[in-house]
Design a protein around this ligand. Structure first.
Ligand code: ADP
Length: 611
């Protein structure tokens, strides 16, 4: 294994450690994601300190060299000081390059790529466990951007703090010791410089920090507005709102730029103060050194050390300014990411969650209460038993709570009170994976992943064979059109890619793929949520057949606006305001002459075409 590989693999970037919610404070958050990298960071810090010390030693030696050149005779210099000169040569040619090499390798090979990737990996796995609500409350694009940027910002914050700041601290300390050894009076301007420098930082840093938090907020609002326009581009165009959208984004940009102005005013104040202080230092050190020399108190070598270090300090303090500005920008990004990442998983498996075991697929809603918004009860003491193999149709006006009832069964949300049982097991006591494994669902808007058609169908059951997949696709009447597909890269049939740069599918085609996926999954419970409402009548007829096949032997909940699609089911349940207001078979409900019968008459013009 070569040395690069060794350092690259020192810490695995993608370890499968358990992830949990990161702490909601800057230090805790960074520490949480630094797991595994502490040792590498520690070594990096030690090497940075050593490199600072060796550099100052060289400066100290410079003073001595000047003294030797003034006082020694050229013929005896090598004889008298040969060992010291060789020692310095060794330091310069062997020790310093070695320190620099290992420091660079630890930084470039071990940390630069792996550290942020492990933050990303850990954050991504935690975010995947977040509930549907979490994703409904934010933009997918924004969350993804945060995952990308926060990981880099965590790395830069921690590494800059440890590497640059420790380097600077040790450098100053070594500098003061070296100068004081030449003459303690020379150290006085330097100590004054340090005290004033720290006071300047103490004044500016909290202000910069405050601005960087505000800037992070403004940045995320600005990004959000832009993402919103892009994500809904067809609506924007449809309503000819391109201009107002750019105005909306412009306001976000203006708000953001104001925070940048404020930040930059502070940065200008800070950097000017430091510039001034540096000039004062160079001047006072030179003045003290010359007056000491006039009085014969110090050698020329000491002056050389003092002035060269003062000049070095001048250059370095500007570099520190630059690093500090970057540090604060990174801290702002970390805080912004923290606000997204440090949210608890609202829906979590219990620690002792069991696996859902299906014996008959009976579903019970027992006194279920639910509300999305506090104090706005939507589902109220809802009771419903669906027998094994029974097929029910849920209907009611839009907003009645039908999809919510299904979402509760899938545990996308937790019930506020009451319980939902599947074969007498409370769904909140079983693992979410085992619950959803037993439920097949076809919804109105099918989202297909940006992968091949095959991968999309196999999403239903990863280990299905090619034959099983094709059987499922044929049942869903999707096989014939799939084999004719070609994407822009020339992939054909099941290998054609869906989405960006891939094949564009019609609503009916997407729906058939979704049905094939659920056929393949072959789960004992089936949920159809407006599964055919986006389709035209002809396609609907074709798919309806597939759906009836799909329902065979399963417990089914079907939601539909178009009553003809559910009228033939075993039992129809009419819901309003989260409660059942009527239930029975199609015929019984028509005879009853209630809400259903009115709806039916309204939709079909009184034609009773269902047996
Ligand atoms: P249906 O399927 O019968 O049309 P839903 O169950 O989708 O009705 O919605 C019922 C009510 O709950 C509606 O008033 C809707 O606005 C509200 N609602 C749905 N989803 C959410 C959500 N994620 N957050 C807040 N309110 C919601």
């Amino acid at each position: 294994m070569n040395i690069f590989t060794y350092f690259e693999r020192l810490v695995p970037a993608l370890s499968d450690d358990k992830t949990s919610m990161p702490p909601n404070n800057l230090v805790g958050f960074c520490l949480y994601y630094t797991k595994g990298y502490k040792k590498a960071l520690f070594i990096m810090t030690i090497l940075a300190s050593l490199s600072a010390i060796t550099e100052v030693i060289l400066f100290g030696f410079l003073g001595q060299l000047v003294d030797w050149l003034v006082t020694k005779h050229p013929t005896t210099l090598l004889h008298d000081e040969g060992m010291k000169l060789m020692g310095m040569g060794f330091l310069l040619l062997i020790v310093i390059p070695l320190i620099a090499f290992f420091h660079t390798v630890i930084v470039n090979q071990t940390l630069v790529a792996n550290y942020p990737m492990s933050v990303r990996w850990s954050a991504h796995r935690y975010l995947l466990k977040q509930s549907v609500t979490f994703y409904e409350e934010d933009f997918a694009g924004r969350i993804a951007t945060k995952v990308m940027q926060t990981s880099l910002a965590v790395r830069d914050t921690v590494m800059k703090l440890l590497d640059v700041m420790v380097y600077v601290f040790v450098y100053f300390l070594a500098m003061i010791v070296t100068i004081a050894r030449a003459d303690y009076r020379l150290a006085i301007p330097m100590i004054c410089w340090l005290v004033i420098y720290l006071l300047i930082q103490a004044y500016f840093v909290p202000l910069l920090r405050k601005v960087s938090v505000e800037q992070a907020d403004a940045r995320s609002t600005m990004t959000g507005r832009i993402v919103d326009s892009y994500a809904n581009i067809s609506t924007v165009k449809l309503f000819s709102h391109t201009k107002s959208e750019s105005e909306y984004a412009k306001q976000g940009m203006l708000d953001f730029i104001v925070t940048v102005y404020r930040q930059m005013r502070l940065v200008t104040g800070l950097s000017f103060s430091v510039q001034l202080l540096n000039s004062l230092l160079a001047f006072s050190i030179a003045a003290v050194a010359i007056s000491l020399w006039i009085n014969g108190a110090i050698t020329i070598g000491a002056i050389a050390i003092a002035i060269s270090l003062a000049l070095r300090l001048k250059g370095m303090s500007m570099w520190i300014m630059y690093e500090l500005a970057a540090l604060f920008e990174n801290m702002g990004t970390v805080i912004d990411g923290m606000n997204t990442f440090s949210k608890p998983n609202v829906i979590e498996d219990k620690s002792n969650a069991s696996t859902l075991k299906i014996t008959a697929a009976k579903i019970n809603y027992e006194q279920v209460d639910f509300q999305y918004v506090k104090d706005h009860a939507l589902i109220d003491k809802f009771c419903l038993t669906i027998q094994p193999g029974e097929k029910i149709g849920l209907l009611g006006r839009s907003g009645a709570g039908k999809s919510t009832l299904v979402n509760l069964l899938l545990r996308f949300y937790d019930v506020t009170d009451g319980k939902i049982l599947i074969d007498d097991q409370n769904i909140s006591d079983v693992s979410q994976d085992s619950l959803r494994l037993q439920i097949g669902m076809v919804t109105q808007d099918t989202s297909l992943l940006h992968r091949s058609i095959r991968e999309n169908i196999l999403y239903g059951r990863e280990d299905a064979s090619e034959e099983e997949m094709i059987v499922a696709t044929k049942k869903a009447q999707a096989h014939d059109f799939i084999i004719d597909l070609t994407d822009s890269e020339g992939n054909i049939g099941y290998d054609a890619q869906v989405g960006e740069r891939g094949v564009k599918l019609s609503g009916g085609q997407r729906q058939r793929i979704a049905i094939a996926r659920v056929f393949l999954k072959n789960a004992p419970i089936l949920v159809l949520d407006e599964a055919t409402s986006a389709l035209d009548s002809e396609v609907e007829m074709a798919i309806q057949d597939s759906l009836f096949q799909l329902m065979e032997g399963k417990t089914v909940i079907a939601i539909a606006h178009r009553l003809s699609t559910i009228a033939a089911l075993d039992r129809l349940i009419v819901v309003d305001e989260g409660k059942i207001i009527e239930q029975g078979t199609h015929h019984a409900l028509i005879e009853k002459g209630g809400v259903y019968s009115q709806l039916w008459t309204h939709q079909t013009g009184g034609f009773l075409g269902v047996d």
